[in-house]
Ligand binder design. Structure first.
Ligand SMILES: [Zn+2]
Length: 616
């Protein structure tokens, strides 16, 4: 979510300004929305620079002064960020943060920052999680501070900082997302990713700071002490659980629809048909999931593990339950050393971010963030949503998600940068939602062997459908078009060599929820009964559209497959689905806020979209 970096001056390094540019540029892939830099000159003067823009721009604007100061300086600490808590231009919300004598940059999210602040008996409210960490360190600087951090901070935390009173720098991480160059017995550079430092140093001089450990060094770069603290296993943040299920008759929105007698798919699903018994074509053509031999999967894992402590795999880490559980399995049960990789294109929910933070810190798994230009991506969604509302076509809803399709390229890029070939994608086999393409005129292909992509004919049909809609609704022809087309291309030609563990591991929804919530304190959405797609901020919105106008959502599909798999009764499935489909207005509000649309106006526009649905 953020990139942090630092350089300590050393006589043998030349052209420090170029190196600052390099460190900044590479750290920027982790966050482009705001940036900051703290610079300590030789005469012990601290200068800070902040920008509501990328770190590259910050450096460009301050080029003369930075160039001059870097001729003779002690150290600098930099930060490049995605906005998580708070607003990016709030004056209190800038990094590096300061509390008394302590200055630091923080990558991650501290989940229990308010509790920490209160426990320290500090006045006023705290707005920024990083500020709580700075306070915790400042007030304990003479104690065993790294132990205190490991035992009190819940959530992903990697920091680089400086304490003026002791004239010492420090670096700490609870996930292992921090590296430093140690050359000639001196700490020279620090960064969130090893890849960043490879351009500045030989690989042999790059050291990883292990999870739950930290270092102290002085402004000359001399390492004074290293600590490895005991991992804290207890959950210390406030938990949240999903909303309790209600009886169907108590629910506010229940559509009156004919449904299949076996599954619960309703008559409004594209290309659904019922036979004389009332059985739908999705059930008639349903093929039970056959899992691949678990032993083969486990043997594959055996062949991947490395003896040199380097990462053996990448986990596509979305912030949703399936990838979170997958990360748990790999890191604990299978003793793998995965690197969690997340891609943020601007509509990840806060809960998703918090849960990623909780999981990686509890597991001590290094987490790489790749951030798109979030302002631009949100602006793209804004334009496409306005276009969609002008002429609502249900087959065009996926255009709102075009921005996330870059994920495939990101996983490959991070794999290449870190020399990792194995990429895990925790997508469960019950996620087939034929209707999204169905609304675009694509018939369900029950016998397709092409599990990850579309048949050629369907690809052409889909391209044709989009082209036709672009002509009919020229509002789509906005600056987001290139992005939309890229997304479509990536979706259609989705070919990859990823590993899909749920092809071998049984997907057990109850077990997944129980493990995540009880063992990790994973946060559920208290406004919703479902834990599915919690990380995706778009979900409450598109499900609202489908449910309000067509009477069903992807939940109807998931539960119908569960009925067909024999893991859920029809009554239970129907009740759960109707509960899960109830509009999550808070989630919708959050989403519209992110993409810059007025809530009331948008809800009013949606209510005017024609629909034949009858409500109980
Ligand atoms: Zn059916």
């Amino acid at each position: 979510m953020c990139g942090i970096f630092s350089t300590v001056h050393s006589e043998d390094e030349i052209n420090q300004f170029k190196k600052l540019e390099h460190l900044s540029k590479l750290s920027e892939s982790r966050g482009k929305e705001a940036s900051g830099l703290l610079l300590m000159s030789k005469d012990k003067k601290i200068q800070t620079f902040y920008s509501e823009n990328t770190i590259s721009k910050l450096i460009k604007i301050n080029r003369p002064i930075l160039k001059n100061t870097l001729n003779s300086f002690d150290f600098y600490i930099g930060h490049t960020r995605i906005v998580t808590h708070g607003v990016e231009n709030e004056s209190d919300n800038k990094q590096p943060v300061n509390f008394n004598d302590t200055f630091l940059v923080h990558n991650g999210i501290c989940v229990n920052y308010k509790e920490i602040w209160n426990k320290l008996n500090l006045d006023n409210e705290v707005e920024l999680d990083s500020k709580s960490i700075a306070a915790l360190i400042d007030l304990n600087i003479d104690n065993n501070i790294f132990d205190i951090l490991s035992n009190q901070v819940s959530g992903e935390t990697s920091i680089i900082g400086y304490n003026k009173k002791n004239n010492k720098l420090f670096a700490y991480t609870n996930t292992g997302s921090l590296y430093f160059v140690f050359d000639n017995n001196k700490v020279k550079y620090l960064a969130s990713e090893k890849h960043t430092l490879l351009k500045l140093s030989d690989a042999k001089n790059i050291k990883k700071i292990e999870p739950n450990s930290g270092i102290f060094f002085n402004p000359k770069g001399e390492l004074e002490s290293t600590f490895l603290s005991k991992k804290n296993e207890t959950i210390i943040h406030k938990r949240s659980r999903p909303k309790k299920l209600q009886e169907t008759k108590e629910l506010k929105f229940v559509p009156n629809l004919i449904r299949c007698v076996n599954c619960i798919l309703p008559e409004t699903v594209p290309f659904i048909s019922f036979d004389s018994r009332g059985l739908c074509n999705f059930c008639i053509n349903y093929k039970q999931i056959t899992l691949q031999d678990l032993k083969i999967f486990e043997d594959t894992l055996d062949s991947m593990r490395r003896s040199d402590h380097e990462h053996d795999s990448i986990v596509s880490f979305s912030g949703g339950r399936d990838s979170a559980y997958g990360l748990h399995l790999l890191a604990t049960k299978y003793n793998m050393n995965p690197l969690a990789v997340s891609y943020d294109w601007g509509v990840l929910s806060d809960l998703g971010r918090l849960n990623q933070s909780i999981m990686t810190s509890k597991l001590g798994v290094e987490h790489i963030w790749f951030s798109a230009d979030i302002k631009e991506k949100r602006n793209n969604v804004h334009k496409n949503l306005i276009a969609w509302l002008k002429r609502p076509e249900f087959g065009m809803i996926p255009i709102l998600m075009a921005g996330d399709k870059m994920w495939l390229e990101v996983a490959n890029l991070v794999g290449k940068q870190n020399n990792i070939k194995n990429i895990f994608f925790f997508e469960n086999k019950l996620e087939r939602t034929y209707f999204k393409q169905g609304f675009a005129g694509l018939k369900p292909r029950f016998n397709s062997k092409n599990v990850n992509g579309l048949e050629l004919l369907d690809s052409l049909k889909l391209i044709n459908y989009y082209a036709l809609n672009f002509v009919r609704n020229p509002s789509y022809l906005n600056s987001s078009l290139v992005d939309s087309v890229k997304g479509l291309k990536s979706y259609i030609f989705r070919k990859n060599n990823y590993l899909y563990p749920y092809n071998s591991i049984p997907w057990d929804e109850e077990k997944i929820n129980k493990t995540l919530i009880e063992k990790y304190g994973w946060l559920a959405d208290e406004e919703s009964t479902t834990t599915w797609r919690l990380g995706d901020g778009t979900t409450p919105f598109y499900n609202y559209l489908y449910f309000l106008k067509k009477g069903f959502t992807e939940n109807d599909f998931l539960r119908s497959w569960q009925i067909n798999e024999g893991v859920m009764s029809r009554d239970e499935a129907l009740n759960k689905t109707l509960n899960d489909n109830q509009p999550n207005f808070r989630g919708i509000k959050d989403y519209l806020n992110l993409v810059g649309l007025d809530y009331k106006e948008t809800i009013d526009t949606i209510s005017n979209i024609p629909s034949n649905l009858d409500w109980n």
